[in-house]
Design a protein around this ligand. Structure first.
Ligand code: IMP
Length: 481
């Protein structure tokens, strides 16, 4: 028994034709399996594709095999005729007895005797297999094997084309996404204030942001949501962008019809631009959001007497991270003793030390002022541990006239530390009387009385999460303590 060269030639003609058709991959492979089995006068044919990790084989085309055979599902690539994975041709004379057959009982039930398997090679690598099954025991000739190898070559081209198609599809989708994002208007580089707001609630929102010194841009960008052909059919422009928080904010009332529509747009925006952070906020949501970012909870009473906010919580944190980076770099490989003067430094000390990538220990001192003008400094609590031979960083909340720091530094120097430097969050340089060296400075502040973030006025305001300017009326006639 065998097939003639003529029948192989016409089968290959049919196969090339169908391979070049617009049919789906599965339809093409089924048709090839049929032509192959018929040309070889076999009872069944199966075309399998190997997954890229070379773990399993997936049937992509069959002919003449019953469901039972196909329901075996994925074939384990290492167990099922592993020689084919190595690029070899495999011949099995008796499937029921040959231990290379993964499911001999099924082969038996199907009445399958002989199998001829060849690898589908793409660029020298096995990317799939073709198997021919016969009910009668069969020896395959060289012409049979050579025909099957030609069919395998055709399958390799088809597989690679399908992969290319998939790649092109992915690339097209990615370029569509890029095209759409390129239609998003760029963020303005300046923070121009709008002459008018579309809604009074937006103006209120802007005032709250201003009070807390949170940077904002009004309606800075439009995001296309829907296209008709190449034209943008729908856009969405969030009300605000808060650069420090990298957050777009759309304000809303609780009116159901508006809410539903805005929610729909937001959903679409998030789908199309997953990298964009956007929130739909009611006034209450906004207050909660402020709390989340460390601005609250702020009852009116808590901020009474504050003229304006000088540094927002976010700005302070940002600056502290930078200071901590510089300190960590300068002291790399060393241990550091941080010394603070109670109580103004507590917030700054707590945040700063958390960002230092060094081994640190802490110590605190307390002082009081006396004398008629309150300018004489007395230490009321000294250090717990010796600093002799240690690297010491004096951490200050604010340096004003410089008198306090000057006194403390001479006290500390007397203990012979290995080094002594100063890090202050605020530098009120305009009022300096003694020129003390400052190694790390957070912000230079104007000649105003500032409170918050640990700094107090008569013991109050230390718990504000920002640094604000106290209303001058409150401190009329008083100097710093
Ligand atoms: P100095 O000795 O004049 O440099 O300032 C000493 C202390 O005065 C600081 O450590 C603060 O406790 C306090 N101080 C100076 N200016 C201010 C301010 O604007 N707000 C709160 N405390 C201040």
């Amino acid at each position: 028994m065998g097939s003639s060269r003529g029948s192989y030639y016409s089968a290959l003609k049919r196969i090339t034709k169908v391979a070049n058709s617009a049919f789906s991959l599965r339809k093409i492979c089924n048709s090839i399996a049929k032509s192959t089995a018929k040309a070889m006068q076999a009872n069944g044919c199966r075309i399998l594709s190997l997954n890229p990790q070379k773990e399993y084989l997936l049937t992509v085309g069959t002919y003449g095999l019953s469901d039972l055979y196909l329901k075996k599902g994925h074939l384990d690539a290492r167990k099922s005729l592993p020689d084919i994975l190595e690029g070899k041709v495999v011949f099995i004379a008796d499937a029921a007895k040959d231990e290379r057959v993964q499911h001999p009982q099924i082969a038996l039930a199907q009445g399958i005797s002989s199998i001829l398997g060849v690898p589908v090679l793409g660029k020298g690598e096995t990317i799939g297999e073709i198997r021919i099954y016969t009910r009668e025991p069969r020896q395959f000739s060289e012409a049979d094997t050579s025909f099957l190898l030609s069919v395998a070559d055709m399958c390799a081209v088809i597989f690679e084309r399908a992969e290319l198609h998939q790649l092109l599809e992915q690339d097209y989708k990615a370029s569509e996404r890029r095209r759409k994002s390129s239609q998003v208007s760029p963020l303005p580089t300046t923070t121009l204030r709008p002459t008018s707001f579309a809604h009074p609630s937006e103006e209120d929102f802007a005032k709250v942001l201003d009070f807390y010194c949170i940077e904002w841009l009004y309606e800075p960008r439009s995001f296309p949501l829907r296209w008709k052909g190449d034209k943008i059919a729908e856009m969405f422009t969030p009300d605000f962008y808060l650069p420090e928080l990298d957050l777009y904010v759309e304000l809303t009332t609780l009116k159901q019809n508006l809410l539903t529509e805005k929610n729909r747009k937001l959903r679409q925006l998030r789908e199309l631009y997953p990298e964009v952070n956007v929130m739909l906020l009611t006034k209450n949501d906004f207050l909660k959001l402020l709390a989340k970012y460390g601005y609250g909870p702020l009852g009116e009473a808590k901020v009474e007497g504050i003229d304006r906010v000088l540094y927002s919580h976010a700005k302070i944190q940002q600056r502290i991270r930078t200071l901590a980076r510089h300190i960590s770099r300068d002291y790399a490989g060393q241990r550091l003793v941080l010394i603070g003067i109670l109580k103004g430094v507590v917030c700054f000390m707590a945040d700063l030390m958390q960002h230092l990538s060094l081994p640190v220990t802490l110590d605190f001192m307390a002082i009081s002022y006396y004398g008629s003008d309150g300018q004489v400094v007395k230490i009321t609590r000294d250090l717990d541990s010796s600093i002799t031979g240690q690297h010491v960083l004096m951490v200050e909340d604010i340096v004003d006239t410089g008198m306090t720091l000057n006194y403390i530094l001479s006290h500390l120097s007397a203990h012979n530390p290995a080094s002594l430097r100063v890090c202050t969050l605020l530098d009120k340089r305009a009022r300096r009387l003694i020129n003390v060296p400052l190694d790390y400075v957070g912000f230079e502040v104007p000649d105003e009385f500032v409170v918050g973030y640990g700094l107090d006025y008569k013991g109050e305001y230390r718990n504000l999460p920002f640094i604000g300017i106290l209303h001058p009326e409150l401190i009329k006639g008083e100097g710093p303590r």
